[in-house]
Write a protein that binds this ligand. Structure first.
Ligand SMILES: NC(=O)c1ccc[n+]([C@@H]2O[C@H](COP(=O)([O-])OP(=O)(O)OC[C@H]3O[C@@H](n4cnc5c(N)ncnc54)[C@H](O)[C@@H]3O)[C@@H](O)[C@H]2O)c1
Length: 287
């Protein structure tokens, strides 16, 4: 897709971080914007900011974990703008810790937000795009954590590997049906956003019993500390919108942000061919 003027983009998680950066890039390219987010007050702030930059923007408070909210989002977006041309399934959260120590609430929250959110987006918006029969583009936000593993992030890796699988298989299925809907999967390394403070977006339904042993442990504190450190130590967000749109223009399927990590993705695959085991050495690039 190269001609963006007058197109309409729906962006989940659009009130902050990467979603807001995408929205700002949309504004620069004269794309009409629908930002959707679970955080009503951040959404209002983002809407105000985008309007001040001259954007034609609609803000919809919703929860990607709920299919009926995604349907409501599509209805409101179509009522206002009459067509949808770009979809960014971007909303996401992170929890840190080993698989067996995380609570079921942690697991359900992250899988619902990161994986089911994108499934809901695809299920609602792809039929609309197919019916329109116009040039459309979908970007699912995964992470380099969907291509490489580190310790201490089991639920996040599970959700992001699933998002890569969802994106690759959806791309192939779309190819069998139409040449009008294109897709990418965004797999960034760490970027300075507020993702490390995503606990504030955890619905009560998925609240943890913080008196449980793991949440009182030094390991939990260390994992939480590491989460803040790596995200706040990430690359600045200013170029991210441009990176994503350049990839859309070039129809690059995998959108990566940290070239220094690319050889590690190759090493991981080589390790698989050799029947190796997951290894921190592979990640450190010293195998
Ligand atoms: N920041 C990074 O280092 C990084 C790296 C790789 C991938 N990602 C991915 O990028 C995406 C965006 O994250 P970010 O870094 O911009 O974080 P962020 O916390 O700054 O923004 C995420 C937004 O998603 C919203 N959100 C959370 N749960 C939601 C729900 N159930 N329904 C609707 N909206 C919801 C939040 O309110 C927030 O506005 C996520 O999928 C994240 O996993 C981030």
């Amino acid at each position: 897709m190269k001609d963006f003027k007058g197109k309409v983009a729906v962006i989940t998680g659009g009130a902050n971080g990467i979603g807001l950066a995408i929205a700002k890039e949309c504004a620069k390219r004269s794309i009409k914007i629908v930002i959707a987010d679970i955080d009503g007050s951040d959404l209002k702030r983002a809407e105000k900011q985008l309007k001040a930059e001259g954007a034609d923007v609609l803000a919809v408070e919703m929860d990607v974990m709920k299919f009926e909210d995604m349907e409501m989002l599509a209805k409101i977006a179509l009522e206002k703008f009459h067509h949808i041309d770009l979809l960014f399934n971007n909303a996401g959260v992170v929890v840190a810790g080993p698989a067996w120590l995380l609570s079921l609430n942690d697991w359900e929250w992250i899988m619902k937000a990161n994986v089911w959110g994108a499934i809901h987006g695809e299920k609602v918006f792809i039929p609309i795009m197919l019916k329109q029969d116009t040039e459309c583009y979908i970007v699912n936000t995964s992470s380099v954590a969907g291509l490489l593993d580190l310790n201490g992030m089991s639920a996040y890796h599970t959700s992001k590997f699933a998002t890569v699988g969802l994106s690759e298989s959806t791309y192939l299925d779309l190819q069998c049906q139409t040449d009008k809907i294109k897709m990418s999967v965004f797999c960034p390394g760490f970027i300075q956003t507020d993702l490390d403070n995503c606990e504030r977006h955890r619905p009560k339904k998925y609240a943890n019993d913080m008196s449980q042993l793991y949440y009182q442990s030094d390991l939990y504190k260390a994992e939480e500390g590491q989460k803040h450190k790596v995200i706040k130590g990430g690359i600045p967000i200013d170029t991210i919108g441009d990176t994503i749109f350049k990839a859309i223009e070039e129809e690059k399927f995998y959108i990566l942000t940290h070239p220094e990590l690319n050889p590690l993705i190759g090493l991981r695959v080589k390790n698989m061919f050799e029947g190796g085991r997951p290894s921190m050495d592979v990640i450190k690039g010293v195998k």
